[in-house]
Design a protein around this ligand. Structure first.
Ligand code: LLP
Length: 427
């Protein structure tokens, strides 16, 4: 459920609104392209997930910042009590900046530097998700030097198939993530012997956009088994971090992914009996449907072979279609009359790459230069993955709440772009 819907605009036509904000008006004042996020949708998704675990009040929801790290988005979630899952010092600084207490932050990632570890220790984070033995020793060294200890969970790789796109699957043995399941016990035993780390939990994240419960079920069974093995060996395991990964609906003609309540039921069945605090790291599920990318049609190019709708947003603004073959629904911002003519078209950007597209072979109402389109479900892994490829400016991000909006990240200008670089002295 999201809060982007057609409503009667100033003219006769129905216009797509973000909550109460008319997107034609917003495009006129902000310029295109831009990302637009809905506060009500973010809040709703967070609450739905949190309420699914209301029976376990110590549950810690660590929103996965990598999905959408806009400070307006983070602060919306922080105000609801969200913890955060971070993967870099930059993300950690963002979480702290919006007031997330250190003890609600988990730090993941296969390549944390010692400087990042030191910063996270100073922030007093809840736990590090450790992904290799060398990382364990590096963390132990940093903590010892600081005269402190780091609470850790090993991220365990269960070698299960998440049934998702291969580039966003993380829990197979061949993926770079986590420590092999069969090495876990011996690594925990090594960790216990180190003065700078306290192994206190277990962590798992098997992939993203998972649209069935079975992969989770398989992973949770292994995790439960691991907790008993570790406890049997005398270790204290007081939290279990189940990562993120729950999929969201990108298209209406595909089966709907499980609801958070279905996922929560599975979690409770599989792990409810464990006396352990549960942590989650949902990203896409919170932010995905809460954001859209609005672009303007520049040209419509028709040929005997194909039609191209060329818009002012491109793969550098939203790379998901070309990187993961991802489908994003494209809607005209001004609703087409029901009887209007439909044309099958590729929706492409100005970037000089054949892979620069937002949608392929899409039946769309006839669009003309100047019309606005909305690329839906772009709130997660959209703006965060944007680049300046082709020296295109990063697009602004706008947060809407009711009838209000704030440009939470303004569009830079070309001077900003050029000022960020310098020429060598010898030139
Ligand atoms: N925790 C860890 C350790 C992760 O690596 C991730 C995502 C999450 C949590 C959040 O997963 P989510 O709930 O959002 O599925 N750029 C890709 C997705 C990459 C996901 C990376 N890790 C995309 O656009 O589909």
């Amino acid at each position: 459920m999201h809060h982007f819907a057609y409503r009667r605009g100033v003219s006769e036509a129905n216009v797509l609104h973000a909550e109460e904000v008319d997107l034609c008006d917003l495009a006129s004042s902000v310029g295109t392209p831009f990302y637009c996020y809905s506060t009500a949708t973010l809040e709703r998704h967070y609450r739905v997930f949190a309420e699914a675990f209301a029976a376990r009040p110590d549950t810690l929801l660590c929103y996965s910042i990598k999905a959408n790290s806009n400070l307006g988005v983070l602060s919306t979630l922080a105000k609801l009590g969200a913890g955060m899952d971070v993967v870099s010092e930059g993300e950690l600084r963002r979480a702290l900046k919006v007031g997330v207490p250190g003890d609600r932050i988990a730090f993941s990632g296969v390549g944390k530097t010692q400087a990042e570890m030191a910063h996270a220790l100073e922030a007093g984070i809840y736990a590090f998700n450790v992904e290799s033995e060398p990382e364990l020793h590096a963390l132990n060294e940093v903590a010892e030097a600081k005269g402190t200890t780091a609470r850790i969970a090993f991220r365990v790789n269960p070698d299960v198939d998440a049934g998702t796109h291969h580039k966003i699957s993380t829990g197979k043995a061949e993926d770079k993530f986590g420590v092999p399941f069969e090495q876990a016990l011996s690594l925990y035993q090594k960790a216990v012997a180190l003065p700078g780390v306290v192994p206190a939990g277990v962590h798992m994240h098997i992939g993203s956009q998972i649209t069935e419960l079975a992969p989770f079920q398989n992973a949770f069974a292994l995790l439960t088994e691991l907790v008993s093995t570790l406890r049997g060996a005398g270790l204290t395991i007081d939290f279990v971090n189940l990562g993120g990964g729950l999929g969201i609906p990108y298209r209406s003609d595909a089966p709907a992914p499980p609801l958070p309540t279905d996922y929560a039921r599975l979690v409770n069945e599989a792990l409810g009996h464990l006396d352990a605090r549960l942590l989650f790291e949902p990203g896409r599920m919170i932010a995905g449907n809460a954001g859209i990318l609005v672009a303007r049609v520049l040209y419509v190019k028709t040929s005997p072979h194909k039609n191209f709708t060329i818009v002012d947003a491109a793969m550098n603004d939203l790379i998901r279609p070309t990187l993961y073959d991802a489908y994003h629904q494209v809607l005209p911002v001004t609703e087409a009359a029901p009887e209007s003519f439909t044309r099958v078209t590729d929706v492409v950007g100005p970037v000089c790459e054949t892979g620069d597209y937002l949608a392929l072979a899409r039946p769309l109402p006839e669009l003309e230069a100047g019309d606005l389109i909305a690329v839906m479900t772009a709130g997660a892994y959209g703006a965060v993955q944007a680049s300046q490829y082709n020296s295109r400016l990063l697009v602004p991000e706008v947060l809407v709440s009711g009838a209000e909006y704030c440009v939470t990240r303004p569009r830079p200008d070309y001077n900003d772009m050029l000022k960020a670089e310098r020429l060598p002295d010898w030139q």
